[in-house]
Design a protein around this ligand. Structure first.
Ligand code: MN
Length: 304
């Protein structure tokens, strides 16, 4: 909701209708693309620029939301908020209950992180396209996305929250198997993020964030960030110890127990308290076949 006149309050920032950037109160949406770039630019880095320059631009964003004529949020096509991050980082096995269900000892505090292809990013209104891999299990993973706000290297955990720009809902879609994890998780549309980015000040306590995921009406996953094995500041410290973090980088923080199959026609709904909710349809695609997956499926525990 918009709290006019209070100042310093958070914002919801969306990308929509072919690369436009907007601010929204959840109902009204005001196009602010001109403040940070062009919808036509390639590569599409207007959101990265907006995140980098946010402190300077914030008064104009607040003013736009208060006074702009605006559109109805419900009338636009929501796209992935940061389509061209420098990195899409993901932490494996970061909840003990998920480690138990996968019979995995590869916990995030032992394995560290992996990367997903940036091109796997999709938005709240984009369907998850299942590759044509007969007999393969493709699973949902419910995750909180942390969006990095400023450049940093070797960030200390005690300072790490200063580098968080905001949060979003994220689905880490995964083909189960023993093949290279990056390949199993990097198909186009395998990382829906949205419906927007909420700025960090909208989330009262990042160490106490509730999240849930349903397939259809069935609740499949429920968790709280208090149960993370590697918490958010530690994830930023680990990642930035190896690589410089940049504005717009995304960290997928790991999934709790309850991962499971998604099929053609399903709708996967993720809801994260004080962050947002999105319902993403699943469709069967006709692409994605290759010789790597052209062998009998054997579910391998101790992988993820
Ligand atoms: Mn995951």
């Amino acid at each position: 909701m918009h709290r006019a006149g209070l100042g310093g309050m958070g914002l919801k920032i969306v990308r929509f209708n072919g690369g436009h950037i907007g601010v929204t109160d959840g109902q009204k949406l005001v196009d602010v693309t001109d403040l940070c770039g062009s919808a036509q630019e390639w590569p599409p880095v207007a959101m990265n620029r907006l995140i980098r320059d946010f402190d300077a631009v914030k008064p104009q964003l607040d003013d736009a939301l208060r006074t702009g004529a605006g559109l109805l949020l419900a009338s636009v096509h929501l796209e992935t908020p940061v389509p061209w991050p420098n990195k899409l980082v993901a932490f494996p096995v970061n909840y003990h209950d998920h480690a138990t269900e996968m019979d995995s000892r590869g916990l995030a505090n032992i394995q560290g992180y992996f990367l997903k292809a940036n091109s796997s990013l999709s938005g709240a209104h984009d369907p998850i396209e299942l590759p044509d891999l007969p007999g393969r299990e493709i699973h949902h993973e419910c995750e909180l996305a942390v969006i990095i706000g400023k450049e940093g290297r070797q960030i200390l955990a005690e300072n790490a929250m200063d580098y968080v720009f905001g949060y979003a809902c994220l689905l880490d879609i995964t083909i189960r198997g023993k093949e290279e994890r990056v390949m199993r998780k990097s198909y186009d549309s395998f990382t829906p993020v949205g419906p927007w980015i909420v700025t960090a000040d909208e989330v009262p306590d990042p160490a106490d964030i509730e999240m849930r995921l349903w397939v259809g009406d069935a609740l499949r996953q429920a968790a709280n960030t208090r149960d993370l094995i590697v918490n958010i500041p530690e994830m930023i410290a680990i990642t930035s110890s190896a690589s410089t973090l940049y504005p717009g980088d995304i960290i997928a923080t790991g999934t709790p127990a309850g991962v499971g199959l998604i099929r053609d026609g399903d709708v996967v709904t993720i809801e994260i308290a004080n962050v947002g909710r999105m319902a993403v349809p699943v469709v069967a695609g006709q692409r994605g076949h290759n010789i790597v997956f052209d062998k009998p499926y054997a579910f391998q525990r101790a992988t993820q």
